[in-house]
Design a protein around this ligand. Structure first.
Ligand SMILES: Nc1ncnc2c1ncn2[C@@H]1O[C@H](COP(=O)(O)OP(=O)(O)OP(=O)(O)O)[C@@H](O)[C@H]1O
Ligand SMILES: [Mg+2]
Length: 284
C-alpha cells in the first residue's frame, strides 16, 4: 500500500518519512533492565515497555537468552493484566503495540517487590528449611526492598512505613490488590492445569488530578510467576533456565498455548535488539 501511495505521491511520502525520522531520533530510552527496556511513550505520562529475550538468575548469577521469550511475555502480560483490569485491579497496561512492545502508564514506582507464596519454593524453601513443593497453610505475602546492589533484601511493613517507601494507606491498598490478584490468578492457572506456586509484583502511584491511585506495574509472566504443572509438577517458568532444566522456550510457549494466546506464526528467532524505530511503536 505504501508503494502504491509512493508512486502516486512521492513528495508526501518523503515528507512522511522525514517526520518519522524526526520522531525516531526523539524516542528516548528511559531505563534498561535485565528483561525489559522502557522508552518514552507517544504521549506524556506513557511509556513503551519492550520485552527482551534476556534471562537472568537471581542476583545475576547466570545470564542467557531464551529465544522468543520477549514475544511470549509481551502477550502473556497483556492477557493477564487485561483480565486483572477487568476484575477491578488497576494496572499500568494500556495496549499492546507490536510483538515485543506494549504501551503502559508511567508510574511513580514504589521501591518494594511484593512476593506472594502459596507453595514453598526457591529462597523461601531454603531460608526456612521447608521442602520445596510443600503447600503453605495459607498464602504468605513478603516484601523486598528494590535495591539490586543490596540483593533486594527482605523487609517488613515497619521498614516500609518508617522509611517512607509507602505510607500505611498505600500498603493497605497494595495488600488488598495483592490478595485479589493471588485469588484470581490461582484460579485462572488452575483452570489450565498450572499451580501458581508464587509470584512477584511491583506497584506504583498515579495521580488523577488530586487523587492518588495504586496501580499494578511491571509484568505478569513466567519470568515472575512460578508455575508448575498440576499433574506432573513440571516447572513451566524461568526456573527451567535458572536450574538448567532445558526446554525453556517450550515451557513459555506451553503457558501461552494453554492460555489460548500462542501468537500465530511466532518467529522465535525474531530480532532481540530494541531499536529507536518509530514504526515499532505503531499498532500492527
Ligand atoms: N508503569 C511503570 N512506570 C515506571 N516504571 C516501571 C513501570 N513498570 C515497570 N517499571 C520499571 O521498569 C523496570 C523494568 O525493567 P526490568 O524488569 O528489566 O528491570 P530489572 O532489571 O528486573 O530491575 P528491577 O529490579 O528494577 O525490576 C523496573 O525497574 C520497573 O520498576
Ligand atoms: Mg524487573
Amino acid at each position: 500500500m505504501l508503494v502504491g501511495t509512493a508512486s502516486r505521491c512521492p513528495v508526501t511520502v518523503t515528507k512522511w518519512l522525514r517526520s518519522m525520522n524526526f520522531r525516531m531520533s526523539r524516542r528516548r530510552r528511559i531505563f534498561e533492565g535485565k528483561a525489559k527496556v522502557l522508552f518514552e511513550g507517544p504521549e506524556p505520562g506513557t511509556l513503551v515497555q519492550y520485552f527482551k529475550d534476556d534471562a537472568s538468575a537471581p542476583n545475576n548469577q547466570k545470564k542467557g537468552i531464551v529465544t522468543g521469550k520477549g514475544v511470549l511475555n509481551n502477550r502473556i502480560s497483556e492477557y493477564l493484566m487485561t483480565k486483572l483490569n477487568d476484575i477491578g485491579v488497576p494496572t499500568h497496561f494500556m495496549r499492546r503495540l507490536n510483538m515485543r512492545e506494549q504501551l503502559i502508564r508511567q508510574l511513580d514506582i514504589i521501591p518494594i517487590q511484593i512476593v506472594v507464596r502459596n507453595v514453598a519454593a526457591g529462597s523461601f524453601a531454603k531460608r526456612l528449611g521447608i521442602p520445596e513443593g510443600t503447600a503453605l497453610p495459607r498464602s504468605i505475602v513478603e516484601f523486598y526492598y528494590k535495591q539490586a546492589d543490596l540483593n533486594n533484601p527482605m523487609v517488613s511493613e515497619e521498614h516500609i512505613t518508617a522509611f517512607g517507601w509507602a505510607n500505611p494507606y498505600e500498603l493497605d491498598e497494595i495488600m488488598s490488590h495483592t490478595l485479589r490478584v493471588n485469588d484470581y490468578m490461582s484460579g485462572l492457572f488452575l483452570g489450565i492445569g498450572l499451580r501458581l506456586v508464587d509470584f512477584k509484583m511491583e506497584f506504583g502511584r498515579i495521580w488523577d488530578h488530586d487523587e492518588m491511585r495504586i496501580v499494578l506495574a511491571d509484568e505478569m509472566t513466567p519470568d515472575n510467576c512460578r508455575l508448575w504443572d498440576i499433574k506432573t509438577n513440571e516447572k513451566m517458568d524461568k526456573d527451567r533456565f535458572v536450574e538448567d532444566l532445558g526446554k525453556v522456550e517450550e515451557a513459555y510457549q506451553e503457558v501461552a498455548r494453554r492460555l489460548g494466546i500462542l501468537p500465530e506464526g511466532l518467529n522465535p528467532t525474531g530480532d532481540n535488539t530494541p531499536t529507536n524505530n518509530i514504526t515499532s511503536i505503531n499498532e500492527r
